[in-house]
Design a protein around this ligand. Structure first.
Ligand SMILES: [Zn+2]
Length: 200
């Protein structure tokens, strides 16, 4: 697909990374939480991004359904219908591996039961990542995931990350770098917000 048009470049990089991996067939669905821009940033930015997003969706031949400015995007009408009829879970719609969906659910359940953030999937994952990030042979490819993998060495998640990296770097280097840097920032944000408790 050709992404050489002005509306694409005006679209935010996080949205570009989300859409591109669907257009290029790495995954079957994406969720663009556009409402967050209106809530956390500005109504003006929200309105302009909404217009650009809908233009790009049409131009790229993507189908979508909206719920409260939450966009669910896919190349397949059937896949969107399955989500709307609740025949599939959101994680499945977004193309996350089954092991990662199960890991995420188990982690969230553990947080509720134990009341301890250490079990939270994202905290656990980014902590694991932090321990490796300064290693000389650290492979940046894991930073191209668009979900929280069940484990750092989850083979399915790694395969997706490899594909994401390849299609993003081939078609939109800015969006590729954005995704990598965003995940890298999350590692440090999580380390700061949720420091490991000393175990004595
Ligand atoms: Zn997994």
């Amino acid at each position: 697909m050709d992404y050489e048009f002005i509306e694409w470049y005006k679209l935010r990089l996080d949205i570009r990374a989300d859409l591109l991996t669907v257009v290029e067939g790495v995954r079957r669905g994406a969720n663009i939480e556009l409402w967050k821009i209106g809530k956390h940033e500005s109504q003006k930015l929200f309105a302009s991004q909404k217009k650009l997003l809908e233009f790009c969706l049409n131009k790229l031949g993507l189908l979508f359904r909206i719920h409260n400015d939450d966009y669910y995007v896919s190349r397949s009408r059937l896949w969107l219908d399955k989500l709307w009829k609740r025949e599939i879970k959101t994680g499945e719609f977004l193309g996350y591996p089954k092991c990662c969906i199960a890991g995420f659910e188990a982690g969230c359940k553990a947080v509720m039961e134990v009341g301890n953030n250490d079990k939270a999937p994202a905290i656990r994952y980014f902590r694991e990542l932090e321990t490796l990030i300064n290693d000389e042979d650290f492979d940046m490819t894991v930073l191209y995931n668009q979900h929280v993998p069940c484990r750092l060495d989850c083979r399915k998640a790694l395969k997706i990350a490899q594909k994401n990296r390849a299609v993003l770097e081939a078609h939109d280097v800015e969006a590729a770098n954005y995704l990598r840097d965003d995940n890298l920032n999350l590692v440090y944000q999580f380390a700061y917000k949720y420091p490991k408790r000393e175990t004595r």
